[in-house]
Design a protein around this ligand. Structure first.
Ligand code: NAP
Ligand code: HSE
Length: 424
């Protein structure tokens, strides 16, 4: 039996999940892997915080006690860019293998950290950075190593999916659903990373790099979050036979990449429509294997700890090969896409308002497949017009929507959501 120790940077939702998982399954892990795993030290900010059953004698506020203490692997579970980046770089400099669940630091400084790791002949495991407990990094790098991946799509932010599910199914307000996601430990320390789509975009960059063998500069993904979505949009979706999901899509179009995360109307029979709460799903198409879908918990301490642990065991067993560093790629991201659209315009209930909106769309050739208005008796400023638009170019549609947004009858910001009939 190999005796191996790990040092943790961070003991929050995921850190505590990992401590608990090792305590609960230490004998099972040893039996399966031949590795008896112990925790040598844990870095925290606040020594006084209640951490349940975590052995308090392991806690420290001094990073050097964790990074340079002779452990076999340093596990970064702090989140964000700094000081996580500096701590990972120092651990690599000490010749340590590193495991991280931190997609933000990988999206921001991944290339630099992977280069440093290659130079020191150590590895960075990052299974938990995408899809929580779903072993999607391993699937792309090992299980599907023989496949050319043609496209990848999915739901990769547990917080957004949890919020949209609870709003749609229990009629919670956006604020109530977000507070519940935070209480469950699904959201990032700064939840705007979740609800503004940034976390999903960082994960999509990682997936696209693995799937297409690219190294992307940060910020290449077209991003739309769920902040503007209202109960009214979810109810309209339901009435029209759709559900609203926050989706992530990556396609290599040859000369261009299509990389985007955004909320979308999905038909109720779409494979991603059934992914609920904090679950994630990644759907991919390989040239040999065909279509596959991976489904599992995408956030939460215990599922994420499961993914972190798989990296730790790989690293201490020395099962993994040398780091592969793809070349940076200059491919542009497609500037425009075609889609069907759902539009909601908050309006003043005055004669001719629907005609004004229809004319602004029609003038640019945007054709309407459905229109309805919700008007509140005695509250003319609480009306809204909802439209489904036939397939059109987004750039054209946006010009019409911008023109409508300037009309004096508009009482709020228009909501524009793509309709995915099928992710192809
Ligand atoms: P969290 O609950 O906020 O925990 C962060 C931990 O890091 C806390 O223990 C905190 O110490 C410590 N910490 C923060 N700043 C520090 C600093 N400057 N110096 C020392 N310690 C510091 O975060 P989390 O939810 O566990 O997430 C950790 C990472 O996993 C993030 O990268 C996140 O994106 C990723 N992830 C999270 C989930 C999830 O479901 N939560 C799922 C997948 C991936 P104190 O406890 O003393 O404040
Ligand atoms: N905040 C992230 C999410 C955690 O909700 O998906 C998992 O990466």
């Amino acid at each position: 039996m190999k005796q191996r120790s790990i040092a943790l940077l961070g003991c929050g939702t995921v850190g505590r999940g990992l401590v608990e998982l090792i305590r609960k399954n230490r004998a099972l892990i040893a039996e399966r892997s031949g590795v008896d795993l112990t925790i040598s030290k844990i870095l925290v900010r606040d020594m006084g915080k209640d951490r349940g059953d975590v052995d308090r004698s392991l806690l420290t506020c001094r990073p050097e006690e964790v990074i340079t203490n002779g452990s076999d692997v340093v596990v970064e579970l702090i989140g964000g860019i700094e000081p996580a980046r500096t701590f990972i770089a120092r651990a690599i400099g000490e010749g340590k293998n590193v495991v991280t669940a931190n997609k933000a630091v990988l999206a921001h400084s991944g290339a630099e950290l992977f280069r440093a790791a290659a130079a020191r002949n150590v590895r960075i495991g990052f299974e938990a950075s995408v899809g929580g407990g779903i072993p999607i990094v391993r699937a792309l790098t090992c299980g599907l190593v023989g496949d050319r991946i043609l496209e990848i799509s999915g739901i990769v932010n547990g917080t957004c999916n949890y919020i949209l599910t609870r709003m749609a199914e229990e009629k919670l307000s956006f604020a109530q659903a977000l507070a519940a996601a935070q209480k469950e430990g699904f959201a990032e320390a700064d939840p705007s990373l979740d609800i503004d789509g940034i976390d999903a975009a960082q994960k999509l960059e990682i997936l696209a790099e693995l799937a297409f063998g690219l190294q992307l500069d940060p910020g290449r993904v077209r991003v739309q979050g769920i902040r503007d979505i209202d109960l009214e949009d979810l109810q309209s979706a339901e009435a029209l036979g759709y559900v609203v999901k926050h989706v992530a899509i990556a396609k290599d179009l040859g000369r261009e990449l299509d990389l985007r995360v955004h909320p979308a109307f999905l038909p109720k029979n779409h494979p991603l429509a059934h992914v609920r709460h904090e679950f994630n799903a990644v759907r991919l198409k390989g040239d040999a294997v065909g279509e596959m879908i991976f489904h599992g918990k995408g956030a939460g301490g215990s599922p994420t700890a499961s993914a972190v642990l798989s990296d730790i065991i790989d690293l201490v067993k020395g099962d993994t090969g040398p780091v592969h560093l793809p070349e940076p790629v200059e491919k542009p991201v497609a500037p425009d896409i075609e889609s069907e659209y759902y539009l909601r315009f908050p309006i003043l209930d005055v004669p001719g308002v629907i005609g004004l909106i229809a004319t602004a769309l029609g003038n640019r050739g945007v054709s309407i497949s459905h229109a309805s208005a919700t008007l509140v008796r005695g509250a003319p400023d609480k009306g809204s017009v909802k439209i489904l638009a036939h397939r059109c170019r987004e750039s054209v549609l946006r010009k019409s929507v911008d023109e409508i947004a300037r009309l004096p009858v508009l009482t709020g910001k228009p909501v524009v959501l793509r309709i995915l009939e099928e992710v192809t």
